[in-house]
Design a protein around this ligand. Structure first.
Ligand code: NAP
Length: 280
């Protein structure tokens, strides 16, 4: 039996095992997906141990997406540009290659399901962490007109903006000094790439008075399915309201294809994710 798994800290909240195990079962593949909680101090040794145990592939989540890079043999160009890895393929000789499917998964969901073509659009992003890096890089690659970016950690936001400006000089990329200025320029799409909204009691990270009817709001959080931001966007009649389940599904489907070189059964994986949500 082939073994795959998620490495992170913590990982027990993850839906990835349900999604991938449903896909293996659907296609009759003799494989199992497991969750591995690896603390940052033990990442190197325990990752090595998992390779020796014969794991064939991994997903990587918080806080290891950047730290794992130096433990890998090769890095795909996309992951290198983003500066983070969320998928690892291990070959028969235990050689490793890192990929990033977060940004591509997001764009695929945006284009195929939301029906939003990012080319020429103005995008506002809340947050400059790991997932914001992947999503903003992919949006810039897809020729958006501009990216407006705010993070409470100004240095982190500055670092991401500088990197994007360097890699995509033709795109208008701006660092926004306060959250409430993020929507002033009437962007087409607002993305929440912060954890704000994961808890019921979370305050909104932006002034809801600025949510305008032509705006599409995409919250990368998938649990809860309706965050306070999405609830507010619905009340204000925003043009589209999406949570992070679609991105989770498509990044997983792309990882599956990398590991096994077969198309993932997306509908079965989505069903497994929905089941997990109704169980909570
Ligand atoms: P991360 O690396 O911790 O980045 C989050 C960033 O948001 C941090 O820089 C954080 O700053 C900043 N932040 C916190 N509160 C803020 C606020 N009020 N306004 C502006 N910025 C704020 O986390 P990540 O890996 O990028 O993930 C972010 C969220 O995306 C996760 O919580 C998860 O819900 C979601 N996600 C979804 C998927 C999916 O497939 N749908 C995949 C990955 C992640 P501080 O560090 O200073 O707090």
């Amino acid at each position: 039996m082939k073994r795959y798994g998620l490495i992170g800290f913590p990982v027990k909240h993850s839906y990835s095992a349900a999604m991938h195990n449903a896909a293996f079962k659907e296609l009759g593949i003799d494989a199992r997906y497991e969750l591995f909680e690896l603390s940052p101090e033990k990442l190197k040794d325990e990752f090595q141990q998992l390779l020796e145990d014969g794991l064939c592939g991994f997903n990587v989540t918080i806080p290891h997406k950047e730290a794992i890079i130096k433990l890998l043999g090769r890095i795909d160009r996309e992951a290198e540009l983003i500066g983070a890895v969320n998928t690892i393929k291990v070959d028969e000789k235990k050689a490793t290659k890192g990929f990033n499917t977060d940004g591509l998964g997001f764009i695929k969901h945006l284009a195929e399901i939301v029906g939003f073509n990012p080319q020429g659009k103005k995008i506002a992003i809340l947050g400059a962490g790991g997932v914001a890096k992947a999503v903003s890089t992919q949006l810039a690659k897809n020729k958006v007109k501009g990216i407006l970016l705010f993070d409470v950690d100004r240095e982190k936001a500055k670092g991401l903006v500088y990197k994007l400006v360097r890699n995509f000089p033709e795109t208008d990329i701006r660092l926004i000094a306060e959250a409430n200025a993020l929507l002033q320029d009437k962007p087409d799409l607002l993305i929440n790439a912060t954890p704000v909204g994961m808890h019921k009691e979370d305050a909104l990270a932006i002034d809801p008075g600025q949510l305008h009817p032509k705006l599409i709001v995409y919250d990368l959080i998938y649990n809860p399915a309706e965050t306070p931001l999405l609830r507010e966007a619905k009340r204000k009649g925003c043009a589209g309201i999406f949570n992070g389940l679609g991105m989770l599904l498509y990044q997983g489907a792309l990882a599956f294809k990398i590991w096994l070189d077969v198309e993932a059964p997306v509908e079965v994986m989505e069903e497994a994710l929905r089941e997990m949500i109704t169980r909570e």
